[in-house]
Design a protein around this ligand. Structure first.
Ligand code: ARG
Length: 267
């Protein structure tokens, strides 16, 4: 089952990178050498204690950085289905570590089970969710609740994305960072033929970021939390490149999947 899921996830990564290679990066006006994520700022662990860095011994990054995630139960991490391309034994969930290369702080756990959303669609990139079971529960850490109201995804809201992902050489990429990303509304991404072709769906996705480029989530942030009013609104899913003008970030929307996800939290 896991092997099959991994093969499926591999297809999705190809689909996404196919979209991702086409255009060159357009730096935003406010990009500075100190920017993180792409164009974000350093985040304190205390702001997002439930943020999880998912590392893999098969990652090409020296820190092992692979994806992001969120602690939703002491023994459950919500991440992206498309992150699940490596053998289960290669993953470690890391909590409370601002710099992944500094392994002194934080807590870690191996993964004992991977559940992929049955509606995960690698062609249309829908339901890009996986729930991981930790072999060593991370107790005493605040958990994040899921947003269950589909109306929370509305144009004008300003959720924050957290992660350890790529900064496109604008700063230390293995360091915990955050970025406020305005919800642009579904119509914005539906107005982009490439995004429609890649499966953007109003009911399942959130279109957030900056149309003039420069600020965005990026590779390595996938599966990581998009947070609004203290609840998990979405998870980092895909985009064309990162921070490119006209191509905002696409997030998997939690609310329509909340019931199916929560059913896994007690498994
Ligand atoms: N797919 C990427 C990953 O695996 C993250 C995509 C987010 N891209 C974006 N431009 N917002 O880490």
């Amino acid at each position: 089952m896991l092997k099959r899921a991994a093969a499926i996830a591999g297809v999705l990564v190809l689909t996404i990178s196919g979209v991702a290679t086409a255009a060159t990066h357009q730096p935003g006006q406010d990009r500075t050498d100190r920017s993180l994520i792409v164009g974000g700022t350093l985040a304190a662990l205390s702001e997002a204690p439930w943020a999880i860095a998912l590392t893999s011994t098969r990652s090409s990054d020296s820190s092992g950085r692979w994806c992001g995630g969120a602690l939703v139960r002491p023994n459950k991490v919500l991440t992206a289905a498309h992150c699940m391309t490596k053998p289960i034994g290669t993953y470690t969930a890391v909590q409370g570590r601002a710099e992944l290369l500094d392994t002194r702080g934080g807590r870690t756990s191996g993964i004992s089970n991977v559940w992929i959303h049955p509606g995960y669609d690698t062609k249309l990139n829908r339901n890009d969710f996986a729930v991981l079971t930790l072999s060593t529960p991370i107790t005493g850490v605040p958990l994040i609740a899921l947003e269950t109201n589909p109306k929370a995804d509305r144009k004008g809201a300003v959720p924050t994305v957290f992660g350890w992902g790529d900064t496109q050489n604008t700063g230390p990429s293995d360091t915990f960072h955050k970025l406020a990303v305005p919800d642009l509304g579904d119509a914005t991404c539906l107005g982009n033929p490439e995004y429609v072709g890649n499966g953007y769906a109003a009911a399942n996705n959130i279109c957030a970021g900056y149309l003039n480029g420069g600020r965005d989530a990026c590779q390595g942030d996938s599966g990581g939390p998009l947070v609004l009013n203290g609840r998990l609104l979405g998870t980092v899913s895909w985009g064309k490149g990162c921070a490119e003008k006209g191509y905002p970030g696409v997030y998997a929307e939690i609310a329509p999947a909340a019931k199916a996800l929560k059913a896994q939290f007690t498994q």
